[in-house]
Design a protein around this ligand. Structure first.
Ligand code: NAD
Ligand code: MLT
Length: 528
């Protein structure tokens, strides 16, 4: 029975989708120990930001195939540990973009018009009109730090409200900013000139405490700062001090370095100019439904053996590419699996040569598929698209890629994998024919035309009379049925290869007898 654990509150729409393929257990508020205690029963885990999926949790998750984060940030998941264990991590990169952007805009308006304080006064029976004179956003300068999905939406709405928008984002193209009519500035200039600064960056080692006391001191005393991105990108103590000392006018914070925010945090003691919300950026009904559906669909698909749309830990392998390149990926994996069984021993180098039309496809997915095939002969099901590159690296396998668009061997191009290792070099080429059929088209440069099948036998032998008959009778005597047979040779009575598709695996004893036949130099059973 397939089982999925949902360990944070998730919209019912997501639970309904998961229930189509699995038993769904909803258990929120688990401690790390409790999660470690039960995670071994589950094939899938669905979370929001509350659950910490640590390396220890992943180590205990012996059946886990996928972790789905119903939101953007995956900083509560140990992604490298998941990758190493071959566990796919998916998220919902766009499901809550609008919600988070609107929360940042709401913070700017709330801060400018002192709405929480005025409301508090009303609740206390007061009518303070003079105390809460605010500011307009119109014609003010907004500095957006991180002009990605959320930052861009904030920028567009702010422009519609008459704000001038400037931005700092070292990773976006200047022409994109230009098209959005947003001027790109350096970080220090943005902080010096902006009336409002809004942060929309991930938390990384470069962005940790990006907004510190020193940067805050460069801001206008009338400026306000909003963080609806990630805790830890602003120094919270420095913000509290800057507001208390009049260095800046205020701040709106939705996210914190440690969540929930400590009861004795200095932020809670700031009396005016600060608005705090408990990580509500994505908390709209619409966003929660969007992210729950987006992630639940991906978990369902992966559990059904289909690709995921937004995999965090298989770069370059989107669902669209997996679908478009399906036969090509299958060929790369098959040829990788085949060549590894011919190579034997420790492979030190894998060269992937993409020829003709194959060279026009992105090579990274094909490299991953080839490595998956190459490693799975020895490592079985523990190798998948998620961890193939990492495992190859850990085994010291060097990967070389060669693209040769000029090759015209087959209409759809071909793919060749050559391995080099302690038992020499092996090379297998394959092609995808027009009907989508996979073919092995050469082995160690001997031309063949073979459809890969579950059980095969490869020999290297001398092309001489009687050898094929001898092998055929031997297999017959041992009740091994031959489905097809092909010989590839370059010169008459020279070296040759033989490829047999057989209905049954070759027993070890029989293999010894085959290798003893005069003229047979080597024989390799292959299972695909
Ligand atoms: P995104 O990937 O679309 O955009 C992030 C942008 O930050 C990118 O353009 C990137 O180039 C830029 N960036 C990265 N490092 C930078 C640096 N050192 N300096 C300046 N820019 C840098 O992501 P998004 O969907 O727009 O999300 C932005 C942030 O908001 C993320 O941290 C996400 O986790 C967070 N988020 C929070 C909530 C919430 O509930 N408060 C909801 C959704 C998203
Ligand atoms: C996110 O990264 O998507 C946000 O932190 C929202 C959340 O899931 O709480």
């Amino acid at each position: 029975m397939t089982k999925v654990l949902v360990s944070d509150p998730i919209d019912q729409a997501g639970i309904d989708i998961l229930s189509q393929v699995a038993q769904v257990d909803q258990r929120t508020g688990l401690s790390e120990e409790e999660l470690i205690g039960i995670i071994g029963e589950y094939d899938g885990l669905m979370i929001r930001s509350g659950t910490q999926v640590t390396a220890a949790v992943i180590a205990a998750a012996s059946r886990l195939k996928i972790i789905g984060r119903a939101g953007v940030g995956v900083d509560n998941v140990d992604v490298p540990a998941a990758t190493q264990r071959g566990v796919l991590v998916v998220n919902s990169p766009e499901g809550n973009t609008i919600a988070a952007a609107e929360h940042a805009l709401a913070m700017m308006l709330t801060l400018s018009r002192h709405i929480p304080q005025a409301h508090g006064g009303m609740r206390a029976g007061k009518w303070d009109r003079k105390k809460y004179v605010g500011n307009e956003l119109y014609k003010k300068t907004l500095g957006v730090v991180g002009l990605g999905k959320i930052g861009s939406h904030v920028a567009r709405v702010a422009q519609a409200m008459g704000m001038e928008v400037v931005a700092y984002d070292p990773f976006i193209a200047a022409d994109r900013a230009q098209r959005m009519q947003v001027k790109l500035l350096e970080l220090d200039e943005l902080f010096r000139t902006a009336d409002y600064v809004t942060l929309h960056i991930p938390r990384t080692k470069d962005t940790e405490n990006l907004v510190n006391a020193e940067l805050l001191r460069t801001m206008k005393p009338t400026a306000r700062i909003v963080n609806c991105a990630r805790g830890g990108v602003v120094d919270e103590a420095a913000i509290a001090e800057a507001i208390n000392n009049g260095v800046i006018a205020g701040a709106g914070l939705d996210v914190f370095a440690r969540e929930p925010l400590a009861e004795d945090s200095p932020l809670r003691a700031v009396e005016r100019g600060l608005v705090l919300t408990p990580h509500l950026g994505a908390s709209t009904e619409e966003a929660q439904e969007n992210v729950a559906i987006d992630v639940a669909e991906q978990i369902r698909d992966v559990l059904l053996g289909l690709p995921a749309r937004s995999a965090v830990n298989i770069p370059g392998l989107s669902a669209e590419i997996m679908e478009r390149l399906k036969p090509h990926l299958q060929l790369a994996e098959t040829v990788g699996l085949l060549v590894s069984q011919l190579a034997g021993g420790h492979v030190k180098e894998m060269e992937l040569r993409l020829q003709g039309e194959f060279a026009s496809h992105p090579s990274q997915p094909l490299v991953i598929a080839a490595l998956k095939g190459l490693l799975s002969a020895g490592l079985g099901d523990s190798i998948n698209f998620v961890n193939a590159s990492l495992e190859a690296k850990a085994r010291g396998i060097q990967v070389l890629e060669v693209k040769d668009e000029s090759s015209r061997d087959f209409a759809g191009g071909s793919l060749q994998i050559t391995t080099r290792g302690d038992q020499g070099s092996r090379s297998v080429t394959g092609a995808v024919f027009a009907d989508g059929d996979l073919r092995i088209t050469s082995i160690d440069a001997f031309p063949v035309n073979v459809t890969p099948s579950s059980h095969m036998l490869f020999t290297r032998h001398r092309d001489m009379p009687g050898i094929i008959g001898h092998l055929g009778s031997l297999l017959g005597e041992h009740n091994v049925n031959i489905a097809s047979m092909q010989v590839g040779r370059k010169i008459v009575r020279g070296d040759a290869v033989m490829v047999l598709s057989i209905d049954d695996p070759i027993p070890a004893e029989l293999l010894k007898t085959i290798t003893a036949i005069e003229g047979i130099q080597e024989a390799h059973p292959v299972t695909l």
